[in-house]
Design a protein around this ligand. Structure first.
Ligand SMILES: [Zn+2]
Length: 281
């Protein structure tokens, strides 16, 4: 059975790295979307485009190691985290930060075109209060990242403040404005608003808590499951632990909340459509 966690971080300096992936595998997990953390986490200052490029290359190297050294199939998602942009804008000014991050996103697009990554992410806007200038610029960069993804025919994973129906509708307007295919825009850390997301043209990657997944599946199976595991020893099991997606999937199948068809759609059909990957090969 194929089981995919759609948003998982690894960190060889602060976390368990391969051990976390092995835990995922022992629980029954098979496929991972491994998402870039930050230049800073990977040992680069995050002050210029070259720092972000080196950090993305480093991230690709981590994904290659997972594929060589564990039985799990990992795919890379690369971008610039909105918190990195906000930090740089405060430190070096808005215009400078925007230019550097734009160039970094173009590099992320190149990695997708070269087949080294399958999506640009996580990009978006900060989940905490920032100045109106930084907020507006973050939205601009998010749309730029979506436009790059559209051009490369790859997906984007979006990081945002906590979401509700109104914000999904706002995001839907950006999707239409950019003209990217609606199933190529993944809302990471999504609440279980499966129907609203489909209506506005966004693909939800739902945090795999019991309550969320129960609500999500009651609305349909057009979603993916994630832990947003951050792999930081000082925050073990945050946001959810590495075993959560396989454990929850199996439990839901056992207690009848998922059918076999649901499991196949969530872990194979949906990722195939969104990322253009073939988890079955
Ligand atoms: Zn994340």
């Amino acid at each position: 059975m194929i089981i995919l966690d759609d948003h998982f971080h690894v960190d060889p300096f602060h976390g368990l790295f391969l051990e976390a992936v092995k835990q995922f595998h022992r629980a029954g997990g098979t496929h991972l979307m491994v998402v870039y953390k930050s230049a800073h986490d990977y040992g680069f200052p995050g002050l210029k485009v070259e720092d972000f490029m080196k950090a993305m290359d480093f991230h690709i190297g981590l994904v290659e190691r997972i594929n060589k050294e564990t039985p799990v199939k990992a795919y890379a998602v690369v971008g610039v985290h909105p918190a990195e942009f906000a930090y740089l804008a405060e430190k070096r000014g808005l215009k400078y930060a925007k230019d550097e991050v734009r160039k970094a996103l173009e590099y992320a697009q190149r990695l997708c075109l070269e087949g080294k990554a399958v999506a640009i992410g996580e990009i978006g806007r900060p989940h905490y209060e920032v100045s109106p200038d930084i907020w507006e610029a973050s939205i601009e960069l998010m749309k730029y990242g979506m436009a790059l993804a559209k051009e490369a025919d790859c997906a984007v994973q979006l990081h945002t403040e906590s979401f509700d129906e109104a914000r999904f509708r706002e995001l839907g307007e950006y999707v239409r404005e950019v003209g990217i295919k609606p199933y190529k825009v993944v809302k990471h850390f999504s609440p279980p608003l499966v129907k609203v997301a489909e209506e506005v043209g966004v693909f939800p990657s739902v945090i795999a808590s019991r309550k969320n997944i129960r609500e999500a599946i009651s609305q349909g199976n057009r979603f993916m499951m994630e832990t947003d595991y951050i792999d930081d020893k000082s925050r073990p099991g945050a946001v959810l632990g590495p075993k959560t997606v396989p454990r929850r999937t199996k439990a839901f199948l056992q207690n009848g909340l998922f059918t076999e068809e649901d499991v196949y759609k969530i872990h194979v059909g949906n990722p195939r459509k969104v990322y253009g990957i073939d988890p079955e090969e």
